[in-house]
Design a binder for this molecule. Structure first.
Ligand SMILES: [Zn+2]
Ligand SMILES: [Zn+2]
Length: 275
């Protein structure tokens, strides 16, 4: 079995309105690629911040710029199209109750939890770049990122922890700590282990400057030791990226000792053999 659960039906940006992308024709293109690549489990996971309801959770200017669509219309559309229904919800420290209210009011197959921001700044967005200030210490940024990731897991809000070491996304284009990076993973692993959350293996990093999967092999090994199952995804934003680099990634997962992948239905999780 292969899954692709972390799938956006449109590129990021405020010029990709729901009316143009939440259509049967667009979903058919995603489904066609999924079928070609042997992906049985296809789900949609739009960014929560693209929906007006997200402004009840957080009022960051980036969210205000992007919050145009109706969340309930999206959920209904994805369900009608026969997709697994998911959402990519940011973890916003201090706003857990508000996010819980938003999530609990709707019926999901799974909720993907992401850390994109540390404080008001983003680790992966050039307009809100955490690295833009002079003399940013990569030790501090990475520490803060992985501490937040552990809190996200521990919050219990999410079924899947997205792109677990996203902070590396820029590769050599931004400052990067040296040495054994496990000192950072250690900061998150307790929360991840206690939550027993599914850990996303994402091929998206292979399309980014870092040119690596999320998470790095040593971090995945720690998650597997903690007993966490794996959810495989591409983080596609266009149909061609569904199942991106799956062939090499399935081989890589087998090398890491992964034999099963998560399947989700109405927020219940089961395991199916990989491949
Ligand atoms: Zn993300
Ligand atoms: Zn995403």
């Amino acid at each position: 079995m292969l899954s692709d659960y972390h799938v956006h039906l449109r590129p990021d940006g405020d010029d990709t309105p729901a009316a143009e992308y939440f259509t049967a024709g667009n979903v058919a293109r995603y489904r066609e690629t999924a079928e070609e690549r042997g992906i049985a489990e296809l789900g949609a996971s739009e960014h929560v911040y693209r929906f007006r309801q997200a402004l009840d959770v957080w009022q960051h200017p980036f969210w205000r710029e992007n919050a145009h669509d109706d969340l309930d219309e999206y959920v209904g559309f994805a369900r009608d199209q026969g997709l697994k229904v998911g959402v990519e919800a940011d973890f916003v420290p201090g706003r857990e109750d508000r996010m819980a209210n938003l999530l609990d009011a709707r019926e999901w197959d799974y909720v993907i939890g992401s850390v994109h921001f540390v404080g008001e700044e983003a680790v992966d967005h050039p307009d809100w770049d955490v690295w833009s200030t002079r003399s940013v210490d990569p030790e501090k940024v990475w520490r803060r990122y992985f501490e937040t990731l552990g809190e996200a897991a521990r919050s219990g809000l999410f079924d899947i922890l997205a792109h677990p070491d996203l902070v590396k996304v820029w590769g050599a284009d931004r400052p990067r700590p040296g040495g054994d990076l496990r000192r950072f993973y250690e900061l998150a692993i307790e929360g991840i282990a206690e939550a027993g959350i599914a850990v996303e293996v994402s091929t998206a990093g292979l399309r980014k400057p870092v040119a690596e999967r999320y998470p790095a092999a040593p971090f995945l090994a720690m998650c597997l030791d903690a007993g966490c199952p794996v959810a495989l995804s591409s983080d596609a934003h266009v149909p061609e990226h569904v199942g991106f680099e799956y062939e090499s990634t399935v081989a890589w997962l087998a090398e890491q000792g992964v034999r099963e992948l998560c399947v989700f239905e109405r927020r219940a999780r089961r395991l199916e053999p990989l491949g």
